[in-house]
Design a protein. Structure first.
Lengths: 621, 201
């Protein structure tokens, strides 16, 4: 039990052997370690997806290029989209959910620590399964939204689509389990006094995101199950010859797919809503309105899905309804942008790297939002759909929005997570190179789309007037790659020899800055008593209307720390995740493997469930 | 403050600041998600209703009396589930185990009826997964419901096993209550499916 003892509060720090350290990470149920696992895996997959993008940009750098063929290009754009959405942005957000939610609501862990570990290991097995397709030369090639009936066995007979279908199914299980966990954590694990409207805005945006996760994922789960039955058991869900509706997949997919867009952007909006007040040294302007806007976005997010389908000819009534709802959803988004700018207004702004990324987010996301309102109008959309204009639009919201916001979060919380500061100069190099590279890459794509370049083509003739701007776009993509090198160097230098971070390096406003950097395993030696929004700021400075700062609490005693109980490490999550992966991958290999994996999964679910039922004495509970 | 922290450390870690049990709230979240799951499946069934271009039609194959009997079984099993919970609350473990076992038996009977129904459709009526849109949507929707019932039966039997080993008593009320929530949900979904597929012509 040496591995556990080292992480138990109050225990003497023991030196672990190398394998002891590995085992302690594999069996950890600490939300902070799981957050770090999510974040580092997501960053690696972000680089993988980025390399896929660079190969595509090289292929498109000049006309009639032969670097990769049409089929490889199909694989590249499918895997790039799938990787960036499911393996980079979502788990990077999950890293912040894991690490920051308990800290910001004043909790010692999430509601279900072992389930949290299970979510991560299922995510990792799904991600590895999906990417293992490259090794077999069977990378998915049906586009990230995998339209059936293109993906049925009649048109995609090889296992390529199976890797995609089962990979997404595994990732969906992980996301939903995490969603249940964080919903309960946010509702039920708040520190005393942390009423709903006192919760930090990042927590609110995460909260809305969890609702979207648990309510939107079942739609794609069903769509993928129907596809699996079509491909494996001969059902006819996506067979128009048998009378099936060719739009069934599109509806089910986008009922998931549009809320998914908000799953990707809301966490970044939450991060920006924390970064701006900290660096403007002002409360978030109209915080309740920002919260209501986030709820509205989440709610409307379920009512706009068919704007992805204007070109299929749904008829004027459906087109009009979805056009109106899409334009409506721009209202709460615009409100947020106004509030962020209002936060900066009159603040005593300190320009540090996290703030640069937050400002970059606002500017780029606004541009992506404006092109988005353009395609809310069906006649405009008919001109723009499936062109590079759309590619430009969604990269402005997902890269200019989500990725900039998430990098803002990385720079903002890095000192809290690692206990080390990042270098400011390298950070600014990263920001400016990424900002310039991003715009050089994607702004010309608006123009390319408007002059007729379709998305997903692997090459083009030289006399269409597309040559110059494609070359520019490729150069921009490599600028982004260079900017990431600055980040990687910065991160390694910080971990090796960075300046030590204080508890509160940015003069923060929320609870995570009240505890040491990095936080102890139990987070809060004493569960905080929350009296206001921006509680930590008010503790330090008073409310600015005469209330004095609160007196510093008495030092924590060793007896208090010794009384804290933290959950024990568990090996069942990782074992169960492996069994699940064995079962699902068996569908591509042998039915025996499915049966053995399935029985193992059932047995391990049982072991997982009863692990804490009547634990033997001395087990830590 | 110090007293408060100590009190926090020793009280039941499953009860959160709303006074509700984490695990119960987690189950409610799962059931909300499962509503969307069955909603998508039922939506698909309705979208394809009457669109089959071949094969036997619903009213030609359905055995309404048999399915009504199944439905009555499942509904009655919700009552036995409640009785099990009530017995456990008063720490009558043996009675609770008996009612849990009866609940599981009724669930198993429901599943067996479904197996019989499916077999008849395939062998007697020639309706399979790949006969028509009706076959595809019918088997997948009711099959997933049957899988939910099967999962519930396994869960109930595990609880019975724990009770027989003396590892289940009034302290575990919440665990059994959560199993009950799931069981009642599966029941309610069946009411919707039974009405939409079997009863509405």
């Amino acid at each position: 039990m040496a591995t556990q003892a080292a992480f138990m509060p109050g225990a003497k720090v023991e030196t672990l052997t190398f394998w002891g350290t590995v085992a302690s990470w594999l069996t950890t149920v600490d939300h902070k370690r799981i957050g770090i696992l999510y974040g580092s895996s997501a960053f690696i997959f972000f680089l993988v997806g980025g390399i896929e993008a660079l190969i595509m940009r090289l292929q498109l750098a000049r006309p009639d290029n032969t670097l990769v063929g049409a089929e490889r290009f199909n694989e590249l754009f499918t895997m790039h989209g799938t990787t960036m959405i499911f393996l980079a942005v979502m788990p990077l957000s999950a890293a912040f959910f894991n690490y920051m939610i308990p800290l910001m609501i004043g909790a010692r862990d999430v509601a279900f620590p072992r389930l949290n570990a299970l979510s991560y290991w299922i995510f990792l097995s799904g991600a590895l399964f999906l990417n293992s397709s490259w090794l077999f030369g069977l990378a998915p090639d049906g586009g990230w939204f995998g339209y059936a009936n293109l993906t049925t066995s009649q048109f995609s007979p090889r296992h390529t689509i199976d890797f995609w279908m089962f990979g997404l199914q595994i990732l969906g299980i992980s996301s939903m389990l995490a969603g249940f966990n964080f919903l309960v954590t946010i509702i039920n694990m708040r520190a005393p006094g942390m009423t709903l409207m006192r919760m930090p805005v990042f927590i609110w945006m995460s909260f809305v995101t969890q609702f979207l996760l648990v309510l939107a994922f079942p739609a794609i789960t069903v769509a993928l199950i129907l596809l699996m039955f079509d491909r494996f058991f001969g059902t006819l869900f996506y067979a128009p010859a048998a009378g099936a509706d060719p739009l069934l997949w599109q509806h089910l997919f986008w009922i998931f797919g549009h809320p998914e867009v908000y799953i990707l952007i809301l966490p970044a909006m939450g991060i920006v809503s924390e970064v701006l007040p900290t660096f403007a040294r002002k409360p978030l302007f109209g915080a309740p309105v920002v919260i209501y806007s986030g709820i509205m976005i989440g709610f409307f997010g379920f009512g706009v899905w068919s704007h992805h389908m204007f070109s299929v000819g749904m008829g004027p009534v459906a087109d009009a309804a979805f056009s109106v709802s899409t334009m409506l959803i721009a209202v709460p988004t615009g409100v947020k942008i106004l509030n962020w700018i209002g936060t900066l207004w009159g603040g005593s702004i300190r320009f540090r790297t996290p703030l640069y990324f937050a400002l970059g987010f606002i500017a780029m996301f606004t541009m992506g939002g404006l092109s988005g309102i353009m395609h809310a109008s069906p006649p405009v959309d008919l001109q723009q759909t499936d062109s590079y204009f759309v590619v430009a639009h969604f990269h402005y919201v997902l890269f200019g929005g989500s990725i900039f916001g998430l990098f803002g979060g990385i720079y903002y919380w890095w000192p809290k997570i690692t206990g080390k500061m990042l270098d400011e100069r390298l950070g600014l190099w990263h920001f400016w190179l990424m900002m310039i590279g991003f715009n050089v890459t994607f702004f010309p794509q608006h123009y390319l789309g408007l002059i007729g370049m379709p998305r997903r083509i692997y090459t083009y003739a030289g006399d269409l007037g597309w040559n110059f701007w494609n070359l520019v776009s490729t150069i921009g993509a490599f600028l982004i790659a260079v900017s990431l090198l600055f980040f990687i160097v910065n991160a390694f230098r910080s971990l090796r020899s960075g300046a030590v971070a204080s508890n509160d390096p940015w003069d923060g406003r929320t609870l995570e800055w009240a505890i040491p950097s990095p936080p102890p395993v139990y987070n809060f030696a004493r569960v905080p008593l929350v009296q206001d929004r921006d509680d930590f700021w008010l503790q330090k400075y008073g409310d600015g209307h005469g209330a004095a700062p609160r007196p510093k609490p008495a030092p924590v005693t060793a007896a208090e720390i010794a009384a804290i109980h933290m959950p024990s490490a568990s090996h069942w999550p990782i074992v169960l995740a492996i069994a699940l992966a064995v079962m699902i991958s068996g569908l591509l290999i042998s039915m025996y493997q499915v049966i053995v994996g399935g029985l193992a999964t059932l047995y391990l679910m049982y072991k997982f469930a009863v692990e804490l039922h009547r634990p033997p004495a001395g087990h830590g509970h | 403050m110090a007293d408060h922290a100590v009190a926090h450390a020793v009280h039941d870690p499953n009860i959160g600041n709303t006074g509700l049990d984490n695990r119960k709230m987690g189950m409610w979240a799962f059931l909300g998600s499962d509503c969307m799951f069955f909603g998508s499946l039922i939506g698909t069934y309705l979208a394809y209703k009457g669109k089959s271009i071949s094969g036997p039609l619903p009213h030609q194959v359905f055995d309404i009396p048999l399915t009504s009997y199944s439905a009555a079984l499942l509904l009655a099993s919700s009552l036995t589930m409640v009785l099990a919970l009530a017995a456990l609350q008063r720490n009558r473990v043996k009675v609770a185990a008996r009612w849990l076992f009866v609940t599981a038996l009724m669930g198993a009977h429901f599943v067996l009826n479904q197996v019989y129904e499916f077999t008849t459709f395939v062998l007697h009526d020639g309706l399979t997964l790949s006969t028509s849109l009706f076959g595809s949507t019918f088997f997948v929707l009711t099959g997933f419901h049957g899988a939910h019932v099967t999962g519930g039966v396994i869960w109930l039997l595990i609880l019975v096993g724990l009770a027989m080993r003396g590892q289940l008593d009034a302290r575990d009320y919440t665990k059994v209550e959560i199993a009950g929530l799931y069981w009642h949900f599966v029941d309610i979904v069946w009411i919707a499916i039974f009405t939409i597929i079997y009863l509405i012509p």
